[in-house]
Every structure is written in C-alpha cells, then in structure tokens.
Design a protein around this ligand. Structure first.
Ligand code: URP
Ligand code: ZN
Ligand code: ZN
Length: 470
C-alpha cells in the first residue's frame, strides 16, 4: 500500500472550506484531519505533499469533450491521449466524452469504437455519453442496455440536419425511453432546419466570413429550440439537460422551466463566459481570424456574458463544461475559407476551464465553493459519478488538485498542452495555477513535470443522474 499525505492546504469542496491534511491510501482518500489537530499526528506516508498556502480541491470533472471526433470533414485534433494529458495539466481528472452512433449503425458499434479509441490511451479517468443520430426501435432498445453498462446520458441534436439531426418525433421517442430507463437526455438546442435556410441565403448574398456563422445561428433559434425541447421533455415526462447554452433568451427558457418545477438543467462553457461575437469578427491579416472562434451554439454579443454569470450564481445554470472540440487553424479551420459553413465547429479548452473559472473567483463573479460546485461536484452528480468523483471525502477517489491561488500565468498556445495550434484565450492573464495533480492517488502533474502515462486513465461506468428521484 502507498500512502500520501497532503499537508497544510485549504481544502475546498462544494460544501465547505477547511484547513486540513488529507490522507490517501493507494487510489482512495481515507481521512481528513483539521490542520493543527492531533488526528494527523500518527499518519506516516511514503510521500508528503506540502500544500501550505495552496487550495486542495477535487479534480475537475469535464462532462463535455469530443476527443478525436470526426466532424466537419475532418477530426478533432486532440486524441484521447493528448486531450486527457492536457486535461491533467489543467487540473481536470475526469472527462465524459461523446461516443457517436453512426447513421445506420447500432449504438453498440458506436460505443465499441469509442472504447477502442480511449482504452489504454487516457491519462485521466473517462466515461461516455452516447450521441443518438438514428432514433428507431432498435436504437431505443439499445438505450436500455447502455444505461445498464454505465452510459446513462444521450445527446440529441436539433441542429446539423443530415449529420446528427433528429426531428421532434425522434426526440420525443428518445425522451420517453429515457423517462423509463433513467437515461438523461442532453440537448443541442438550435433550430438547424431554419439555420440552414439562413446559411444558404447568407452564402448566396456573398456573406461568407466567419462572423456570419454567428449571425445566421440566431439567438432566437437557440431560444426557440430550447423552449421546444423543454415542452417535448414535459410531454415525455423526462428530465432534460441543455448543453452549451450561450444565449440569454435560451437561459430564460431554462430558468422559467425550473421556476415551474420542471427537472430541466443547463450547462454553459467558458467560451460563452469569456468570449463574444467580437472574437468572431476578428479580422487578422485576411479576414479569417474569426474562424478560430467558430463553434455551435455560437459566441454571442458581450451582453450575454453577464446573464450567464448570473445564471451560474442563481443555479439556473448548474454546470460549466468545455465542449472541447479543437481544430487547428492551419489546415482544419481553413477548410472554411470563403464559406463559413465549412469551418469545422468547435473550440479547444479542456486545459483552461479550471483556471478560467478560478479567474472568475478572483474577479468576484462566483465564490470559491461555487467554482468547485460547477466544475467538479455538480457534473459528477449530474452524470452519476458522485461521490467517487467531484469531492474530497473519505471513500472518494484520490483525484486531487493542489492549486496555487496566487501564481500568475498567461494562457498561450506556446505553452499549452492541447494538440492545437492556437489558443482561444491567447494572452489572457490568469491568477491561479495548478501545482500538483493526483489521479486516483498517482501524481500525474507536479509543477512543470508531467509524470502521468497513457493508460493510467480508467473507464468509469456511471450511475443515472443523481439529481432525480428514481
Ligand atoms: O461547435 C461545437 N460545439 N462542436 C462540437 C459538437 C457539438 O455540437 O457539441
Ligand atoms: Zn452540441
Ligand atoms: Zn459538444
């Protein structure tokens, strides 16, 4: 047995803050002892981590990533190996990625393919959601089997006709099935049919620059789809988790549903909190710089940010995930030169989330405990991983980050570890930095040294959503 003691830090969880030493045995946290109490006197350990002046926080849980996703005529540039290594560097010790059902293929084929990509390659632990792109009798039956195997959430798309899109009938059927089998429906809420009309009209009128991506993906079409998804979920008697909320009016739909007592949850992402249409309109040398910021839902005008922060404070939004889906500017984003609709959709961010949210703590937008709640504890509970993940408590996995709240760093593609040739946050100064990261008791990052390995990360079967009585 290997014992590690983390001494003298401020332990911060979603529920409390206390100066405490943390004892780890092999992969698990076994005890906490208030600093200065006699409880820790007898603790002997092979390794001691000095956390004086540091926060000791649970490893981040990023519940929305797309490693190596084939999309937009190319594939996301982070593999499970590079992407989970970058996650570790950024203090995230669990990801939940999206396996994809190919059109005409079974869920089993899709899930097996994603297991094959991840197995033996991950630096930190991982689970899977399933993207349903072909809802029929067979795939509905398979949903039940997947829930039994720990794939307990299913993403549906009201966007991307011809790719992942499901019509309202298919959505309703999947929601009804989820209501029965405990699967949580995750919705990409944008009216893709209407968006495609606006795309065609924009291109025909010569409006081809990246900023038009944001203009055709109208706020109203996110709000309308969010409203419709909520009503469909209500008809089905199903809970609903709306992914990557970017528009204030979509958030208002979620808040309204929650006020009415419906089991509706909302996620936003750092890009919507820190970036805006100003970035999409960046010109660069040739008018194409904005391609770096093309994602869906799109970035919104800056005014939306304050509403999203408010939603996080009032718990109308519960989770911040990254929707990490990186494409290099060179050779990948460039596929859309002259036609914004061909720019692969997605932004890098798995390495930056914990730091960006800490910056929000520094700026007084959220409290320290709320930081841990939206980035660790709630995503773990939402997706059936709590209390194994998302907290620091006896019995939990020893996924622990020793975080220096006073270190100053500047985000840059020159120093990040994601396999992508730009940073969406280039030059942004952050107060706070990950110092040491333990994944199931193993030190995987220590200062400037990466000590992890591909294959350390283990598949995490998940329980059903822990916010629902079942
Ligand atoms: O632009 C995005 N969000 N790309 C990834 C796919 C998705 O819709 O989440
Ligand atoms: Zn999506
Ligand atoms: Zn996504």
């Amino acid at each position: 047995m290997t014992r590690t003691v983390i001494r003298g830090g401020l332990v911060v969880t979603a529920a409390e803050e206390l100066h405490a030493d943390v004892l780890v045995e092999d992969e698990k946290i076994v005890a906490l002892a208030t600093t200065g109490s006699t409880a820790a006197d007898g603790w002997t350990a092979e390794r001691t981590v000095d956390a004086a002046g540091m926060y000791v926080i649970p490893g981040g849980v990023d519940a929305h990533t797309h490693m190596e996703l084939p999309f937009g005529g190319t594939a996301a540039s982070d593999t499970f190996e590079t992407g989970t290594r970058a996650a570790a560097w950024g203090g995230t010790t669990t990801i939940v990625d999206f396996a994809v059902q190919g059109v005409g293929a079974s869920l089993r084929e899709g899930l097996d393919a994603w297991h094959a990509k991840a197995e033996g390659n991950c630096a930190v632990d991982y689970g899977f959601h399933m993207i349903l792109s072909d809802v029929d009798d067979a795939s509905l039956k398979e949903m039940d089997l997947l829930v039994g195997e720990g794939v307990t959430s299913f993403k549906l798309f009201m966007a991307y006709p011809g790719v992942f899109y499901s019509d309202d009938g298919k959505i309703l059927r999947a929601m009804q099935r989820g209501a029965d089998n405990g699967g949580l429906i995750m919705m990409h809420a944008e009216n893709g049919i209407a968006i495609d009309v606006l795309v065609e009209q924009a291109l025909a009128a010569g409006r081809t620059d990246p900023r038009h991506h944001g203009e055709v993906r109208r706020e109203l079409l996110e709000a309308e789809a969010t409203h419709r998804a909520i009503k469909l979920a209500q008809v089905a008697g199903s809970p609903l988790y709306v992914v990557h909320v970017s528009a204030a009016s979509a958030l208002a739909e979620i808040a309204g549903a929650r006020d009415a007592g419906l089991p509706v949850f909302g996620e936003t992402c750092p890009q919507y909190l820190f970036l805006s249409t100003d970035n999409l309109a960046e010109h660069g040398t040739d008018g194409f710089e904005g391609a770096k910021y093309v994602c869906s839902t799109p970035l919104r005008p800056r005014e939306h940010q304050a509403e999203l922060w408010k939603g996080l404070r009032t718990n109308d939004l519960q989770v911040v995930s990254t929707d990490h889906c990186p494409f290099c500017f060179s050779g990948q984003k460039e596929l859309g030169r002259g036609d914004f609709s061909k720019i692969p959709n997605g932004l890098p961010g798995v390495e930056n989330r914990m730091d960006l949210l800490h910056q929000a703590v520094v700026e007084g937008r959220i409290s320290r405990r709320r930081w841990i709640e939206i980035a660790c504890a709630t995503p773990a509970r939402m997706f059936g991983l709590y209390p194994r993940k998302g907290t620091i408590a006896p019995g939990a996995d020893a996924d622990i980050v020793v975080y220096d709240p006073n270190a100053v760093q500047t985000i840059s593609a020159d120093t990040h570890h994601m396999n992508v040739d730009y940073s969406a946050y280039e030059g942004k100064q952050i107060t706070g930095k990950v110092r040491t990261v333990l994944s199931r008791g193993t030190v995987v990052v220590d200062g400037d040294a990466y000590l992890g390995r591909a294959g350390h990360g283990r598949y995490q079967p998940r329980a059903t959503c822990q916010y629902l009585d079942r």
